[in-house]
Design a binder for this molecule. Structure first.
Ligand SMILES: NC(=O)c1ccc[n+]([C@@H]2O[C@H](COP(=O)([O-])OP(=O)(O)OC[C@H]3O[C@@H](n4cnc5c(N)ncnc54)[C@H](OP(=O)(O)O)[C@@H]3O)[C@@H](O)[C@H]2O)c1
Length: 261
Protein backbone atom coordinates (compact mmCIF):
# COMPACT_ATOMS: atom_id res chain seq x y z
CA UNK A 1 0.00 0.00 0.00
CA UNK A 2 2.70 2.45 0.98
CA UNK A 3 4.78 1.66 -2.09
CA UNK A 4 1.85 2.53 -4.32
CA UNK A 5 1.92 6.05 -2.90
CA UNK A 6 5.66 6.43 -2.86
CA UNK A 7 7.36 9.21 -4.77
CA UNK A 8 11.12 9.45 -5.19
CA UNK A 9 12.84 9.56 -1.83
CA UNK A 10 14.62 12.84 -2.61
CA UNK A 11 11.27 14.62 -2.25
CA UNK A 12 11.15 13.44 1.35
CA UNK A 13 14.63 14.75 1.93
CA UNK A 14 13.31 18.23 1.04
CA UNK A 15 10.83 18.06 3.90
CA UNK A 16 12.84 20.12 6.37
CA UNK A 17 13.02 22.99 3.88
CA UNK A 18 9.31 22.87 3.40
CA UNK A 19 8.69 22.91 7.14
CA UNK A 20 10.79 26.06 7.38
CA UNK A 21 8.46 27.64 4.82
CA UNK A 22 5.51 26.59 6.92
CA UNK A 23 6.85 28.17 10.09
CA UNK A 24 7.52 31.38 8.13
CA UNK A 25 3.80 31.45 7.44
CA UNK A 26 2.92 31.51 11.12
CA UNK A 27 0.74 34.63 10.59
CA UNK A 28 -1.67 32.57 8.53
CA UNK A 29 -1.98 29.89 11.18
CA UNK A 30 -3.03 32.31 13.96
CA UNK A 31 -6.62 32.34 12.71
CA UNK A 32 -7.29 28.91 14.06
CA UNK A 33 -9.73 27.00 16.23
CA UNK A 34 -6.90 24.96 17.76
CA UNK A 35 -4.03 22.61 17.03
CA UNK A 36 -4.33 18.84 16.82
CA UNK A 37 -1.55 16.28 16.52
CA UNK A 38 -2.75 13.23 14.60
CA UNK A 39 -0.49 10.20 14.82
CA UNK A 40 -0.73 8.02 11.71
CA UNK A 41 -1.97 10.45 9.06
CA UNK A 42 -0.34 9.15 5.88
CA UNK A 43 -3.51 7.68 4.37
CA UNK A 44 -6.94 6.26 5.19
CA UNK A 45 -8.93 7.62 8.11
CA UNK A 46 -6.01 9.55 9.62
CA UNK A 47 -5.29 11.46 6.44
CA UNK A 48 -8.99 12.27 6.01
CA UNK A 49 -9.12 13.49 9.61
CA UNK A 50 -6.36 15.98 8.83
CA UNK A 51 -8.36 17.31 5.87
CA UNK A 52 -11.53 17.54 7.96
CA UNK A 53 -9.85 19.37 10.85
CA UNK A 54 -8.49 21.83 8.29
CA UNK A 55 -12.07 22.38 7.12
CA UNK A 56 -12.97 23.21 10.72
CA UNK A 57 -10.20 25.88 10.88
CA UNK A 58 -7.81 23.78 12.96
CA UNK A 59 -4.07 23.62 12.40
CA UNK A 60 -2.79 20.09 12.17
CA UNK A 61 0.46 18.31 12.86
CA UNK A 62 0.27 14.91 11.20
CA UNK A 63 2.76 12.08 11.41
CA UNK A 64 3.93 9.64 8.75
CA UNK A 65 6.59 6.97 8.81
CA UNK A 66 9.87 8.24 7.40
CA UNK A 67 10.99 7.55 3.86
CA UNK A 68 7.75 7.75 1.92
CA UNK A 69 6.01 10.60 0.18
CA UNK A 70 2.40 10.31 1.31
CA UNK A 71 -1.01 11.86 0.76
CA UNK A 72 -0.31 13.96 3.86
CA UNK A 73 2.67 15.60 2.15
CA UNK A 74 0.36 16.55 -0.74
CA UNK A 75 -2.16 18.00 1.72
CA UNK A 76 0.57 19.98 3.48
CA UNK A 77 1.73 21.48 0.19
CA UNK A 78 -1.79 22.75 -0.45
CA UNK A 79 -2.18 24.21 3.07
CA UNK A 80 1.07 25.94 3.86
CA UNK A 81 1.15 27.29 7.40
CA UNK A 82 -1.63 24.98 8.56
CA UNK A 83 -0.28 21.44 8.18
CA UNK A 84 3.05 20.23 9.51
CA UNK A 85 4.33 16.81 8.57
CA UNK A 86 6.25 15.01 11.28
CA UNK A 87 7.77 11.54 11.20
CA UNK A 88 7.05 8.75 13.65
CA UNK A 89 6.96 4.98 13.65
CA UNK A 90 5.05 4.39 16.87
CA UNK A 91 6.81 1.06 17.35
CA UNK A 92 10.17 2.82 17.72
CA UNK A 93 10.39 4.34 21.24
CA UNK A 94 13.42 6.44 20.27
CA UNK A 95 11.34 8.09 17.57
CA UNK A 96 8.59 8.91 20.08
CA UNK A 97 11.16 10.62 22.30
CA UNK A 98 12.63 12.50 19.36
CA UNK A 99 9.20 13.75 18.32
CA UNK A 100 8.53 14.88 21.88
CA UNK A 101 11.79 16.86 21.80
CA UNK A 102 11.00 18.45 18.43
CA UNK A 103 7.57 19.55 19.67
CA UNK A 104 8.89 20.90 22.95
CA UNK A 105 7.19 24.19 23.83
CA UNK A 106 4.19 23.56 21.61
CA UNK A 107 0.67 23.51 23.05
CA UNK A 108 -1.80 21.02 21.59
CA UNK A 109 -5.55 21.23 22.03
CA UNK A 110 -5.91 17.62 20.91
CA UNK A 111 -3.66 14.58 20.55
CA UNK A 112 -5.18 11.69 18.60
CA UNK A 113 -3.45 8.37 17.93
CA UNK A 114 -5.02 6.90 14.81
CA UNK A 115 -2.26 4.50 13.70
CA UNK A 116 -3.23 0.87 13.73
CA UNK A 117 -2.87 -2.45 11.98
CA UNK A 118 -4.34 -5.95 11.80
CA UNK A 119 -3.26 -9.51 11.11
CA UNK A 120 -2.40 -10.44 7.52
CA UNK A 121 -5.11 -13.12 7.70
CA UNK A 122 -7.88 -11.27 9.52
CA UNK A 123 -9.71 -14.52 10.26
CA UNK A 124 -6.81 -16.34 11.91
CA UNK A 125 -7.77 -17.79 15.30
CA UNK A 126 -5.76 -16.53 18.25
CA UNK A 127 -4.42 -20.01 18.98
CA UNK A 128 -3.11 -20.32 15.42
CA UNK A 129 -1.44 -16.96 14.96
CA UNK A 130 2.35 -16.81 15.07
CA UNK A 131 3.89 -15.19 18.12
CA UNK A 132 5.58 -12.68 15.81
CA UNK A 133 2.27 -11.65 14.21
CA UNK A 134 0.47 -11.51 17.58
CA UNK A 135 3.23 -9.32 18.96
CA UNK A 136 3.23 -7.00 15.95
CA UNK A 137 -0.52 -6.36 16.20
CA UNK A 138 -0.62 -6.05 19.99
CA UNK A 139 2.38 -3.74 20.11
CA UNK A 140 1.14 -1.53 17.26
CA UNK A 141 -2.46 -1.29 18.45
CA UNK A 142 -2.10 -1.28 22.23
CA UNK A 143 1.41 -0.72 23.60
CA UNK A 144 2.68 1.85 21.09
CA UNK A 145 -0.39 4.13 21.20
CA UNK A 146 -0.06 4.25 24.99
CA UNK A 147 3.67 4.91 24.86
CA UNK A 148 2.95 7.74 22.45
CA UNK A 149 0.22 9.17 24.65
CA UNK A 150 2.34 8.90 27.80
CA UNK A 151 5.29 10.63 26.13
CA UNK A 152 3.32 13.44 24.47
CA UNK A 153 0.50 14.05 26.96
CA UNK A 154 2.24 16.97 28.66
CA UNK A 155 2.11 18.90 25.37
CA UNK A 156 -1.69 18.83 25.57
CA UNK A 157 -3.33 21.75 27.34
CA UNK A 158 -4.80 20.94 30.76
CA UNK A 159 -8.36 20.83 29.44
CA UNK A 160 -7.32 19.40 26.06
CA UNK A 161 -8.40 16.10 24.51
CA UNK A 162 -6.37 12.91 24.26
CA UNK A 163 -7.85 10.22 22.04
CA UNK A 164 -7.08 6.97 20.32
CA UNK A 165 -8.70 5.08 17.47
CA UNK A 166 -10.15 1.94 18.93
CA UNK A 167 -12.82 -0.13 17.19
CA UNK A 168 -16.27 -1.46 17.91
CA UNK A 169 -14.46 -4.80 17.79
CA UNK A 170 -12.65 -3.81 20.96
CA UNK A 171 -15.89 -4.10 22.93
CA UNK A 172 -15.86 -7.21 25.14
CA UNK A 173 -19.58 -6.80 25.84
CA UNK A 174 -20.53 -6.72 22.15
CA UNK A 175 -18.33 -9.64 21.09
CA UNK A 176 -20.94 -12.29 20.40
CA UNK A 177 -19.76 -13.29 16.92
CA UNK A 178 -16.01 -13.64 17.38
CA UNK A 179 -13.91 -13.25 14.19
CA UNK A 180 -10.85 -11.00 13.82
CA UNK A 181 -9.75 -12.36 17.16
CA UNK A 182 -6.27 -10.88 17.44
CA UNK A 183 -7.41 -7.46 16.24
CA UNK A 184 -10.30 -7.52 18.72
CA UNK A 185 -7.94 -8.44 21.52
CA UNK A 186 -5.54 -5.63 20.64
CA UNK A 187 -8.27 -2.98 20.65
CA UNK A 188 -9.76 -4.34 23.90
CA UNK A 189 -6.26 -4.04 25.38
CA UNK A 190 -6.01 -0.46 24.11
CA UNK A 191 -9.35 0.33 25.74
CA UNK A 192 -8.17 -1.16 29.03
CA UNK A 193 -4.91 0.78 28.95
CA UNK A 194 -6.82 3.99 28.24
CA UNK A 195 -9.04 3.27 31.23
CA UNK A 196 -5.95 2.90 33.41
CA UNK A 197 -4.57 6.17 32.02
CA UNK A 198 -7.93 7.86 32.65
CA UNK A 199 -7.99 6.56 36.23
CA UNK A 200 -4.71 8.39 36.82
CA UNK A 201 -6.24 11.54 35.31
CA UNK A 202 -9.41 11.39 37.43
CA UNK A 203 -10.32 14.76 38.89
CA UNK A 204 -8.48 16.72 36.18
CA UNK A 205 -10.19 18.63 33.36
CA UNK A 206 -8.62 16.31 30.79
CA UNK A 207 -10.91 14.92 28.08
CA UNK A 208 -10.25 11.40 26.80
CA UNK A 209 -11.91 9.44 24.01
CA UNK A 210 -11.56 6.03 22.40
CA UNK A 211 -13.42 5.97 19.10
CA UNK A 212 -15.25 3.15 17.33
CA UNK A 213 -15.41 4.57 13.80
CA UNK A 214 -17.53 1.87 12.16
CA UNK A 215 -16.43 -0.43 9.33
CA UNK A 216 -14.90 1.84 6.70
CA UNK A 217 -13.48 1.15 3.22
CA UNK A 218 -9.73 1.64 3.65
CA UNK A 219 -6.71 -0.60 3.16
CA UNK A 220 -7.40 -1.99 6.63
CA UNK A 221 -11.19 -2.10 6.38
CA UNK A 222 -11.22 -3.63 2.91
CA UNK A 223 -13.59 -3.07 -0.05
CA UNK A 224 -16.65 -4.74 1.52
CA UNK A 225 -17.01 -2.24 4.36
CA UNK A 226 -20.36 -0.42 4.29
CA UNK A 227 -19.04 3.10 4.95
CA UNK A 228 -16.83 5.42 2.89
CA UNK A 229 -14.08 7.53 4.39
CA UNK A 230 -15.84 10.64 3.05
CA UNK A 231 -19.10 10.03 4.90
CA UNK A 232 -17.43 8.74 8.07
CA UNK A 233 -14.68 11.15 8.95
CA UNK A 234 -16.79 14.32 9.37
CA UNK A 235 -18.86 12.36 11.90
CA UNK A 236 -15.74 11.27 13.78
CA UNK A 237 -14.49 14.85 13.91
CA UNK A 238 -17.93 16.00 15.12
CA UNK A 239 -17.69 13.48 17.94
CA UNK A 240 -14.23 14.66 19.02
CA UNK A 241 -15.25 18.33 18.90
CA UNK A 242 -18.43 17.56 20.87
CA UNK A 243 -16.38 16.14 23.73
CA UNK A 244 -14.44 19.35 24.40
CA UNK A 245 -15.10 20.58 27.92
CA UNK A 246 -16.28 17.12 29.08
CA UNK A 247 -13.60 15.64 31.37
CA UNK A 248 -13.14 11.89 31.69
CA UNK A 249 -12.93 8.96 29.29
CA UNK A 250 -15.66 7.96 26.84
CA UNK A 251 -15.84 5.01 24.38
CA UNK A 252 -17.91 6.47 21.56
CA UNK A 253 -19.12 5.40 18.13
CA UNK A 254 -19.35 7.52 14.96
CA UNK A 255 -22.71 8.97 16.10
CA UNK A 256 -21.36 9.94 19.51
CA UNK A 257 -23.23 7.09 21.21
CA UNK A 258 -21.58 5.27 24.13
CA UNK A 259 -20.17 1.83 23.25
CA UNK A 260 -20.32 -0.70 26.10
CA UNK A 261 -16.85 -1.70 27.25
N1 LIG B 1 -11.22 0.91 8.45
C1 LIG B 1 -11.99 0.38 9.40
O1 LIG B 1 -13.04 -0.25 9.10
C2 LIG B 1 -11.65 0.57 10.85
C3 LIG B 1 -12.61 0.17 11.80
C4 LIG B 1 -12.32 0.33 13.14
C5 LIG B 1 -11.13 0.89 13.54
N2 LIG B 1 -10.21 1.27 12.59
C6 LIG B 1 -8.96 1.85 13.06
O2 LIG B 1 -8.76 3.10 12.44
C7 LIG B 1 -7.36 3.39 12.37
C8 LIG B 1 -6.98 3.78 10.95
O3 LIG B 1 -7.28 2.68 10.12
P1 LIG B 1 -7.50 2.81 8.53
O4 LIG B 1 -8.72 2.04 8.24
O5 LIG B 1 -7.38 4.22 8.08
O6 LIG B 1 -6.25 1.93 8.04
P2 LIG B 1 -5.12 2.18 6.96
O7 LIG B 1 -5.66 2.85 5.76
O8 LIG B 1 -4.46 0.86 6.83
O9 LIG B 1 -4.13 3.22 7.69
C9 LIG B 1 -3.39 2.82 8.81
C10 LIG B 1 -2.59 4.01 9.27
O10 LIG B 1 -1.83 3.63 10.43
C11 LIG B 1 -0.46 3.93 10.19
N3 LIG B 1 0.42 3.02 10.90
C12 LIG B 1 0.37 1.68 10.95
N4 LIG B 1 1.38 1.21 11.69
C13 LIG B 1 2.11 2.30 12.09
C14 LIG B 1 3.29 2.46 12.87
N5 LIG B 1 3.95 1.42 13.38
N6 LIG B 1 3.72 3.72 13.09
C15 LIG B 1 3.06 4.78 12.59
N7 LIG B 1 1.97 4.68 11.82
C16 LIG B 1 1.49 3.44 11.59
C17 LIG B 1 -0.32 3.78 8.68
O11 LIG B 1 0.89 4.39 8.26
P3 LIG B 1 1.72 3.82 6.96
O12 LIG B 1 1.10 4.49 5.76
O13 LIG B 1 3.10 4.27 7.23
O14 LIG B 1 1.56 2.33 6.93
C18 LIG B 1 -1.57 4.48 8.23
O15 LIG B 1 -1.44 5.88 8.29
C19 LIG B 1 -6.65 2.12 12.87
O16 LIG B 1 -6.31 2.28 14.23
C20 LIG B 1 -7.72 1.05 12.73
O17 LIG B 1 -7.53 -0.04 13.61
C21 LIG B 1 -10.45 1.14 11.26
Amino acid sequence: MRLALAKPIEHVHCRSNRLKDISMNAEVSRDTAGTILIIGASRGIGHAMVAEFLNRRWNVIGTVRAGFWTELHDLAEGHKGRVEVETLDINEPDQIGALRDRLSGRVLNMLFVNAGTTTHDEHVHVGDVSTEEFTRVMVTNALSPMRTIEALQDLVSAEGLIGAMSSGQGSITNNEKGMREVYRGSKAALNMFMRSFAAREAGTPRVMVVLAPGWIRTALGGPDAPFSVEESVPKLVDVLLSQQGKPGLQYLDREGHIVPW
